[in-house]
Design a protein around this ligand. Sequence first.
Ligand code: ASP
Ligand code: MG
Length: 436
Amino acid sequence: MKFGGTSVGKPERMHRISELITGDDEPKIVVLSALSGTTNALVEISACLASNERTTARKNIDKLEAYYKQFISDLLKTDEAKQKALHEIGEHFEFLNIILKISFSEALNKDILAQGELMSTKLFSAYLTEQEILHELIPALEFMQIDSFEEPLIGNIKVKLTQLLNHYKEKKLFITQGYICRNSKGEVDNLKRGGSDYTASLIAAAMSAKVCEIWTDIDGMHNNDPRIVEKTVAIEQMSFDEAAELAYFGAKILHPASIWPAQQFNIPVKLLNTMQPNAKGTLIVEEAGSVGVKAVAAKDGITAIKIKSSRMLLAYGFLRKIFEVFEKFRTPIDMVTTSEVAVSLTIDNKDNLQEILRELQAFGTVEMDDNQTIVSIVGNEIAKTPQVMMRLFDSLDNIPIRMVNYGGSKHNVSLLIPAEYKLQTLQVLNKGLFNL
Ligand code: ASP
Ligand code: MG
């Protein structure tokens, strides 16, 4: 069971999840995110240190500490428990204050970012202890491991976690940190922002869990973005393939990487709502459950690049040369379309954009459009269903479509549009595809 930042972000929410995890006798591993806002605050503190703004960093650290002190006083009842928690959390702030004096490094940055999950799990464990709920807090840093390509080592995770759990044969309830791990050098590292979902599915896969439950503040994956479209509905069941496309192309509810471990080890994933624990939520399994369009999602911050060259005509190896440029700069490509004389593709990582554009110029005329959005339409076999395609393009009458990706997968059609058309596009698709 994984609980996200908002699910642990208030003392009363922690009280509530203690009820959710003790509802039955099944053995469980509970993965927690940092309290909502904490990781952002730590990113900010780290950025201040990196740019040597130590006074601002100190101010931010103090502000965060005050917040945690208040949190503890609302979370716990007895003075004894409060004192103990204050002391434990105090150690993390001591650490943050010490690093103010050390020169900044990437390894230090990772240490700073790890404090959020370390603190949230300690607080929750303190509450469970006060409630006399038998449990064990197990450190993710002792079993979550990534290799030098930042890929998790499921085999190692399984061995180490099993050994750890074997120490506590009399216990059935374990609490651990999401997001944080050790890298190939043994340093503290993390699974990237939003990575607690990934932790949960890696643990579920490594331990062959019966189910991996992701508890958030919404009742499952919705058919459209509920933050910007008025009427949306939760999807009851979807396949791993559909979920992977949706998570990758913009549905914020689930970290995209968290699908593959569950899929590979065939662990059902459930997306559930902490605030409405009895709502059905979304079940993600091998079978899609139904045909037709499941959802649309949008991914912002996309850059489109077009390379035009008559040399491409009848030539082989042209695409390889272009793709090699992106490989060299470790930049993933999302969408690709080609004509006989041009290739258009999209990226969302702009870190090396200038270098990439410069090298591409060797192959032809290069054009770049910034501020694009990918709108993805996902559903079981939709690309094979003519009615869906007709309804899709009928509803998009007034939208300037820059690229279309069709046929790469049976479950996905993606469109590239200028960002300013996103809201309108999601709204007309809600009507055209879902009648909502
Ligand atoms: N705390 C981390 C973040 O905010 C990881 C997570 O919440 O999943 O990105
Ligand atoms: Mg999250």
